[in-house]
Design a protein around this ligand. Sequence first.
Ligand code: SF4
Length: 348
Amino acid sequence: MTLKKTPVEFNFPNALLTWFDLHGRKNLPWQQDKSPYRVWLSEIMLQQTQVVTVIPYFEKFVARFPTIERLATATLDDVLQHWAGLGYYARARNLHKAAQSIVQRGYFPNTLPELLELSGIGKSTAGAILSIAFQKSQAILDGNVKRVLTRFYGIAGWTGLREIEIKLWNLSEEITPIERCGDYTQAIMDLGATLCTRKKPRCIECPVSKNCAAFLTDTVANYPSKKSTKKLPIKQAIFLIVQNEQQQIWLEKRPLKGIWGGLWSFPEVETQENAVNWCDKNELIIEHSQFLIQQRHTFSHYHLDFTPMRIDVKSANNFNFHSRQQWQNRALPAPTKILLTQLTEDFL
Ligand code: SF4
């Protein structure tokens, strides 16, 4: 094993690779055919999302869009529909846009600067694509790797701070080997996902524990350092579940920018008065209305407390009204889908 530079005498990548050969995960769907497209797609899906959640989405997605060309020529609606439920929908929009750029380019980029030009690809994702799909020695620094490195080297300070991030990138680059870099990338991600976990890490089974600063000083629970605790703000909204005489539900396509961009959801207002005005504006005659129990959906940066308001209306035909069959074929945010399913089962 050749290291670019050895930060400590202990050979971190060798220890990790030996462990990976014996215990690493090698049967995940995206590990079977490590094409740049599949590696890229899996890396994007795995951002903020657990492996067990991603597997069925990945399989469904590649069955529908088996090549970059098929993804590039698909409609955004179709792509979003196959993403619905995974969350962080900007990922799907960026994936679609980047697929179109790649097809236009005529080849899958295999250098860091070219990959960074594509929508939704940051330095760590680019590193994973280059190392796993192209066998190039390129470091990564995703959440799992940050956790392993802060513990192994005993790096204090919130990892969202620029100076800490730079330090971690430098370390990651120093220890990324030249040979077997694809396996090494998978190995360090595996270590973070299976042993060096956020809660209850299994240090006794860890291949690098004898040299791990946090383990040796019994301070594993201190790393990574927490951000100074700030409570998430709470936003309120009323979701209008407007149903016509044909028991169809009004859904609107959301703007591409903002939460749930490009997905279909209920109209949203702030007050009951706004709800009445909204019906007037859309020439809907209210027959009956009723508030349902408030629910909470949490985003990374705020809680959304939404109160569903069911409104039965008389209306002229409007293309926004969706039958069950129609809304089942729409890309819906999770709370919309859950409410629609509950409502159609309970009330319709
Ligand atoms: S010894 Fe524990 S804390 Fe250190 S890298 Fe291994 S699992 Fe993580």
